[in-house]
Design a binder for this molecule. Structure first.
Ligand SMILES: *[C@@H]1O[C@H](CO)[C@@H](O)[C@H](O)[C@H]1NC(C)=O
Ligand SMILES: *[C@@H]1O[C@H](CO)[C@@H](O)[C@H](O)[C@H]1NC(C)=O
Ligand SMILES: *[C@@H]1O[C@H](CO)[C@@H](O)[C@H](O)[C@H]1NC(C)=O
Ligand SMILES: *[C@@H]1O[C@H](CO)[C@@H](O)[C@H](O)[C@H]1NC(C)=O
Ligand SMILES: *[C@@H]1O[C@H](CO)[C@@H](O)[C@H](O)[C@H]1NC(C)=O
Ligand SMILES: *[C@@H]1O[C@H](CO)[C@@H](O)[C@H](O)[C@H]1NC(C)=O
Length: 317
C-alpha cells in the first residue's frame, strides 16, 4: 500500500515536471512581436536621420545575434530611384507604399542564429540566416508598435543577394522561402546560387529539404536579465492552457490515486472474507467428519463435548 502511494506520487511529480519544463521552453514570442521590438530598436539608431543612409541599430541583450538597420527615404525618391544596395537587398525603381506617406523607413533585419527559433520550418534546414525587410511611416521616429506600410514593386522585383549561404548537401536542391507579414510561406526557385527575388516586403531565406525527420525547433538558452516572453495574445493563451494542463493532471492524478487505494482496500477486505470463510468451512468439516471410535462402533465426536459417549453395558445404574 505504501509502495503504491510512493509510485503514484512519483508519476504525478514527473508529469508536473514535464509540463513545467515544456513551459520554460516556450519563452520565445511570435515573429510579429519580434518585428515590433526590432522596429523600436532600429528607429533608436537614428541620431541624425539623413535620408538614404543606413543606420545600424543595437538589439537588447536577450536578442544578441540579431542585426537591425534602418534607412529613411522620401517616398518619391524610393519610387524614382530605388535603393541599389541596402545590405543584401537591391530595391528597383517603381516601388510604392500604401497608405501613402511622405517619408518612410525601411527596417532591415538579419535574424542570424535566431532564424530557426522565430521561423521554424519543419522538414527544411536553413542554408542562410532569415533576412527581413519591412517598411514603416517615418513621421515619428520615437513611435513604437507602428503598423507596416504595404510596399509592392510595380515593374522589376526586389533582388536579395544573400552573402552568407552554406552550400546544399550533394544531390539536394536549395530553394528560396518567403514569409509574408501575415505568416504565409512561399517557396520559389533561386535566381542563382545565392539570389532570390520578391515583389513585396517580408522575411526571406534559402533552405533545403532535410533528409532527417523534422527536428524539433531549437529553443534558445535561458536569457539573462529577465528575458521573458514578448507579451502577446498567443503567449497568454498558451500559458493559460498550460495552467489547465497542470490543474487537470493534478486532479486526474489524485482521482487515480483514490481509485487505486479503494481497489487495494477492497482487495484486502475480499481476502480477509475469503480467509474467514475458509476457516469457518474448516471448522465445520472438523465437527462433522471427525469420528471417534467408541468400542467397536464409530460415533461422531466433537473436540469439546460435555458428555462423553459411553457403552450401555458399562452403564451401572
Ligand atoms: C511620437 O511617439 C511618441 C511615442 O509614442 C509620443 O510620445 C510622441 O508624442 C509622438 N510625437 C509626435 C510628434 O506625434
Ligand atoms: C551578389 O553579390 C556578389 C558579391 O557580393 C556579386 O558578385 C554578384 O554580382 C551579386 N549578384 C547579384 C545578382 O546582385
Ligand atoms: C495580410 O492580411 C490583411 C488582412 O487580412 C490584408 O489586408 C493584407 O493584404 C495581408 N497582407 C499580405 C502581405 O498578404
Ligand atoms: C505564393 O505563391 C502563390 C502561388 O505560387 C501566389 O499566388 C502568391 O501570391 C504567393 N504569395 C506570396 C506572398 O508571394
Ligand atoms: C545566438 O548567439 C549569441 C552569441 O553570439 C547568443 O548569446 C544567443 O543566445 C544565441 N541565440 C540562440 C537562439 O542560440
Ligand atoms: C527583450 O528585452 C526587451 C527589453 O529589454 C523586451 O522588451 C523584449 O520583449 C524582450 N524580448 C524577448 C524576445 O524576450
Amino acid at each position: 500500500m505504501g509502495r503504491l502511494w510512493g509510485l503514484m506520487m512519483h508519476v504525478l511529480l514527473l508529469c508536473l515536471f514535464e509540463v513545467e519544463s515544456s513551459n520554460a521552453q516556450s519563452t520565445v514570442g511570435s515573429p510579429r512581436a519580434l518585428d515590433a521590438v526590432l522596429q523600436d530598436y532600429a528607429y533608436r539608431a537614428f541620431n541624425r536621420a539623413r535620408t538614404g543612409v543606413s543606420y545600424d541599430g543595437t538589439v537588447p541583450p536577450n536578442l544578441t545575434g540579431i542585426k537591425v538597420s534602418a534607412m529613411r527615404l522620401r517616398s518619391g525618391s524610393l519610387r524614382s530611384r530605388g535603393v541599389p544596395a541596402y545590405k543584401e537587398f537591391e530595391i528597383p525603381t517603381g516601388v510604392t507604399g500604401t497608405p501613402y506617406v511622405e517619408r518612410l523607413v525601411l527596417v532591415y533585419q538579419n535574424l542570424g542564429n535566431w532564424s530557426a527559433v522565430y521561423y521554424p520550418l519543419p522538414g527544411y534546414a536553413y542554408l542562410s540566416p532569415v533576412l527581413g525587410l519591412l517598411a514603416y511611416d517615418a513621421f515619428n521616429l520615437s513611435a513604437t508598435n507602428l503598423p507596416e506600410l504595404d510596399i509592392r514593386t510595380t515593374a522589376n522585383p526586389i533582388v536579395i543577394n544573400f552573402t552568407d549561404v552554406k552550400s546544399p548537401p550533394l544531390g539536394s536542391v536549395a530553394k528560396c522561402v518567403s514569409f509574408d507579414i501575415n505568416g504565409s510561406i512561399n517557396f520559389s526557385n533561386l535566381i542563382s546560387s545565392n539570389v532570390c527575388s520578391t515583389t513585396e516586403q517580408g522575411h526571406f531565406s534559402i533552405v533545403v529539404e532535410s533528409i532527417a525527420p523534422s527536428p524539433s525547433p531549437i529553443s534558445p538558452p535561458p536569457t539573462p536579465g529577465g528575458g521573458g516572453p514578448t507579451p502577446g495574445k498567443a503567449g497568454h493563451g498558451k500559458s493559460n492552457t498550460k495552467v489547465w494542463i497542470i490543474v487537470g493532471s493534478v486532479v486526474g492524478g489524485l482521482a487515480l490515486i483514490l481509485l487505486l487505494s479503494l481497489l487495494a482496500l477492497w482487495a484486502q477486505k475480499f481476502k480477509q472474507r475469503k480467509n474467514m470463510q475458509q476457516m469457518e468451512k474448516a471448522a465445520e468439516a472438523g465437527e462433522t467428519l471427525h469420528m471417534t471410535s467408541v468400542g467397536d462402533t464409530k460415533a461422531p465426536a466433537a473436540t469439546v463435548t460435555r458428555t462423553q459417549p459411553i457403552l450401555e453395558s458399562e452403564y451401572v445404574p
